[in-house]
Design a protein around this ligand. Structure first.
Ligand code: ACM
Length: 528
């Protein structure tokens, strides 16, 4: 009987060995065959497997060009790899082999890269620092998920042999976080930035003001933050970013090659401002703070001059905090502003944005006014949006207004996955993972030329979202699909292949402590 058991155990072990699983040692073993080069999200533009894998060892160096940016990305990579490998991984300009980050002329554009992997080393080449950073994200995904853990793991740390050449389809690959309905701290925002960076997202749009809270300190109107930011949906304490806080978010995002796009929503969605300063109201009476979730009840007073002094001050101070090119002025759901007033307001406000050196973005209702030259409109309609409204946006696109696509029934990350999803809303419908991925930005908006589409952005509104775990449950897995829609060539776009690549992300999210929605549409791998 004993003998029989031992034989069975031995047979089992042999089977595991045959499957490439180590049976020695107490630590959980990892597959000894490397992740295929094409098992990356977003899908790379081209993949050519060849030759032997590279193995990261205790002697591996991270070799960088003698440039500040390459060194910084080298240090970032070392920070990812050191805790789990337990290796020293010095970042150095000297030596041969190892992992090399190299800036060089080539057909890479502003964000593309090439990754060459073989027995002697891995080289990531890019023309610009952002390309090196994105190449490093690809390298992360080629390593076992356990590389993301913060304690030493057994390895082996293999990178499949071959070449990836990669460049994004769109320059705009965004995620929006609503920090107004619920406030999120600097550290919570940084955590999300790190998650966005893994999928090569390059814009972080912060919805900084709404009826329920004003979240950015404005020196010339201090009560906006101190009073207007003092609560949130449900009546909690809210909060706001000091200018130092905000600069830290901008700096951290830039270190992950994300540009922060600040939004002050106007003329509607302004109760927090109207509550803070009575003189901004047409009747001179400040409304109470608001902690519910209705929309469309507030408006700045379009006929009062002080409104434009206010807007000028806010935009001037916000522009001064913003190294990026864009400033988002909202413009959605202005149901308490007449159409004539809406047009008048946007005609006054857009030149203020230009005066402070920024380019206007508005929600797509801006196309019902007169979008300024170079403005971008963010489309948040759905299948059921009227043909007239879609045609209005398409006409603006033909007239030169760039379009960012955020269709609510596809990539609003706050929509419930199913009727049972404990968080989120369902006004745009239920959005399972396949639905969120299965559309083509290039042909999505009838009548809009493909050249007008600047990219894709996944907004996360936070009426029901109060903590990082909530963000993560709604963002993962759909965020990865939005990132792929923005990055990968249309030719790679295919649900059946995507769901397999997506499934491979599950153990990585587990290693990173991300609690994701285990959609039954995806053949999840179990953690190693
Ligand atoms: C929006 O969802 N109101 C832009």
């Amino acid at each position: 009987m004993r003998q029989h058991h031992r034989t069975l155990r031995l047979l089992g072990s042999l089977l595991l060995v045959a499957m490439g699983v180590s049976v020695t040692g107490a630590a959980p073993a990892q597959a000894a065959s490397p992740t295929p080069l094409d098992r990356v999200v977003p899908a790379p533009a081209s993949v050519a497997p060849s030759g032997s894998p590279y193995r990261i060892t205790p002697d591996t160096r991270i070799r960088v060009d003698d440039s500040r940016e390459a060194r910084r990305t080298g240090e970032y990579l070392a920070t990812v790899l050191r805790p789990s490998t337990g290796y020293r991984l010095p970042v150095t300009a000297h030596g041969a082999g190892g992992i090399r980050l190299r800036l060089a002329e080539g057909p890479f554009g502003a964000e593309g890269y090439r990754l060459d992997s073989g027995r002697k080393g891995v080289t990531i080449t890019a023309a610009k620092p952002a390309g090196l950073f994105h190449g490093v994200q690809t390298l992360r995904q080629l390593l076992p998920p356990a590389v993301e853990k913060d304690s030493v793991q057994p390895g082996p740390w293999l990178v499949a042999g071959g070449t990836i050449q990669d460049t994004p389809r769109y320059g705009w690959r965004g995620a929006m976080l609503d920090v107004s309905r619920h406030f999120f701290t600097v550290d919570q925002v940084k955590r999300y930035i790190d998650q966005l960076a893994l999928y090569k997202i390059n814009k972080l749009h912060l919805h900084l003001s709404d009826d329920q809270g004003w979240r950015i300190a404005i020196d010339s109107w201090p009560r906006l933050a101190t009073y207007g930011g003092s609560t949130q949906v449900g009546g909690g304490p809210g909060g706001h970013y000091t200018k130092a806080d905000y600069k830290e978010i901008v700096r951290y995002a830039a270190s992950r090659y994300l540009e922060v796009v600040p939004e002050i929503d106007m003329p509607g969605h302004t109760n927090a401002a109207l509550a803070s300063y009575a003189e901004l109201n047409c009747d001179g009476v400040a409304p109470p703070l608001y902690t519910g979730t209705d929309v469309g009840f507030s408006s700045l007073c379009v006929g009062k001059e002080i409104t434009y002094d206010f807007v000028d001050d806010v935009i001037r101070e916000l522009a001064a905090l913003t190294p990026g090119r864009y400033l988002h002025i909202g413009g959605d759901e202005a149901h308490s502003t007449s159409h004539a007033d809406y047009v008048k307001f946007m005609d006054r406000v857009q030149p203020i944005v230009a005066e402070y050196g920024k380019t206007v973005i508005g929600w797509h209702q801006l196309t019902g006014a007169n979008p300024s030259r170079g403005a971008l409109a963010q489309y948040w309609g759905l299948d059921g949006t009227s043909a007239e409204e879609k045609a209005q946006v398409a006409a603006a696109a033909r007239g030169g207004t760039g379009i960012i696509l955020s269709p609510a029934d596809r990539i609003y990350l706050d929509m419930k996955y199913t009727a049972d999803t404990p968080l989120g809303l369902d006004w745009a419908g239920l959005v399972e993972v396949k639905r969120s991925y299965d559309w083509d930005p290039g042909t999505y908006l009838p009548g809009a030329p493909a050249s007008a589409i600047r990219g894709v952005e996944a907004p996360l509104w936070t009426e029901t979202i109060a903590k990082s775990a909530d963000i993560e449950y709604m963002a993962f897995p759909r965020l990865a699909g939005a990132a792929e829609l923005g990055w990968s060539p249309a030719s790679t776009h295919e649900w059946e292949a995507y769901k397999v690549r997506l499934a491979a992300q599950g153990p990585r999210w587990e290693a990173l402590g991300i609690g994701y929605y285990r959609s039954p549409q995806v053949p999840w791998q179990t953690a190693e």
